[in-house]
Structures are given as structure tokens and as C-alpha cells.
Write a protein that binds this ligand. Structure first.
Ligand code: GSH
Length: 217
């Protein structure tokens, strides 16, 4: 397996967590998003969308972090990342999608660059945008996990699921962008537990090659 990755990429963080949980050790190829390497022709040939993560397995390119997470769960079902019953699976996928489908796409480099290039938003204005969408998702996530009796040690019961992987990627992204997660106590509790797990800790953006000691925006 070969993973196209960058320390700061939250979508790739999700995939790194799942790879660690499942015990895969892919070759890692760095795509420096700060230098715009995702737009280089050689990477564009791998993922025409010019986004990471991309995972090459058995000569085939997999893309979109949620699809990759489910692929990894299918080829190596232990430990499972989805519960067994349809309603539970739907809840876990829905929590994951709050992060991966609704919040994260609003804060990625291509959106930030467009806000800058097209609408001339300066850095403080762009940070206001980013922090707004991060907080919106945190409110939604906290409301769900705090009120639902199906929340346990983790987002859904007492084992790690796709929802926890996405929740952690969002909370770590929030921290990198100076958004405090303390006002979201159930989220903060689950994130704390997850980050004590070596699979999460090893995948953390600041533990990747090339990462700074602490993050800039
Ligand atoms: N929905 C995609 C999002 C992928 C994505 O936006 N990746 C970011 C890094 S986290 C990226 O490559 N951005 C490059 C850009 O915006 O130009 C997924 O979950 O894999």
C-alpha cells in the first residue's frame, strides 16, 4: 500500500488512524499542500480531484477518506469500525459525515485560497470563516453525542467507530486553528480518550514528518 499524505491534512489524518487501528503500514508519499504539490501533473494523474488522501492498493487508486475508511474495514474487519445493526451504522455514518461532508470541505486550502483570490478576504477574515464552520459542527456533534443514550465511552457505544475517527480529526483541526473544544464537553471527553490510544496519537498531524512543533494556520 502507498498513502499520499501531508502532515496537516485532516482527511489524511482520518485514514492514518484507520490504517494504524487495522495494523497496515503503507509507504507514505508526501504531497506538500503548502507548496501546492497536489496540483502537480504527476499527482493529478493519481487523483484528478487534486486532493489527498489517495491510497494505492493492489495497483488501484482509492480516494475520498470515508470511502477509504470503509474499504479498510471491509478488507480487514477486525477491529470493526462500524456497528452491526442498520440504525447504528446509519448513526455512526451520519456523525462522521457531519465532519467529512459538511464541515471539513468549508475549510480546505482550495476554499481558503478562493476566498483570498476571488473575494480578497484577508487572513483574519478567512480565520473568522474557518472558525465559524468548525464551531457550527462542534455544536451539532456535541448536541448529538451528549443527548443520545447510545453514546458510550466513544461516540457510539464502547468501541471506536468511523464517528470517533472523524470527530478526532475535527477536534484536532479545531485546536490547530485555535478553536477551543472545552465548551463541548462530551466531544472533548471522547477526543481525550481517543488521543490516548496509540493508533490515534501516532496518526496526529503534529507527529508526522515535516510537521512543525506547534501549528500555524
Ligand atoms: N472529501 C475529501 C476531502 C479531501 C481534501 O479536501 N483534502 C485536502 C486536505 S485535508 C486537500 O487535499 N486539499 C487540497 C486543496 O484544497 O487544494 C476526503 O474526505 O478525502
Amino acid at each position: 500500500m502507498k498513502l499520499f499524505s501531508f502532515w496537516r491534512s485532516l482527511a489524511t489524518f482520518r485514514v492514518r488512524i484507520a490504517l494504524n487501528l487495522k495494523g497496515f503500514e503503507p509507504e507514505v508519499v508526501d504531497v506538500d499542500l503548502l507548496k501546492g504539490q497536489q496540483r502537480n501533473p504527476d499527482f493529478r494523474a493519481i487523483n484528478p480531484q487534486m486532493l489527498i488522501p489517495a491510497l494505492v492498493d493492489d495497483g488501484r487508486v482509492l480516494f475520498q477518506s470515508l470511502a477509504i475508511l470503509e474499504f479498510l474495514d471491509e478488507i480487514r474487519p477486525d477491529p470493526p469500525l462500524l456497528p452491526g445493526l442498520p440504525h447504528d451504522r446509519a448513526r455512526v455514518r451520519a456523525l462522521a459525515q457531519i465532519v467529512a461532508c459538511d464541515a471539513h470541505p468549508l475549510i480546505v486550502p482550495r476554499v481558503r485560497n478562493f476566498l483570498e483570490g476571488e473575494f480578497k478576504l484577508d487572513e483574519p477574515q478567512r480565520l473568522t470563516w474557518i472558525r465559524h464552520w468548525i464551531a457550527e459542527a462542534l455544536v451539532a456533534l456535541e448536541t448529538h453525542v451528549s443527548r443520545d443514550p447510545q453514546t458510550g465511552r466513544y461516540c457510539h457505544g464502547d468501541s471506536i467507530t468511523l464517528a470517533d475517527i472523524c470527530l478526532v480529526s475535527h477536534a484536532v483541526g479545531a485546536k490547530l486553528l485555535d478553536v477551543d473544544v472545552a465548551p463541548y464537553p462530551t466531544v472533548a471527553r471522547i477526543v481525550d480518550i481517543c488521543l490516548k490510544d496509540a493508533a490515534f496519537a501516532r496518526a496526529h498531524p503534529l507527529n508526522q514528518p515535516g510537521a512543525p512543533k506547534s501549528a500555524a494556520h
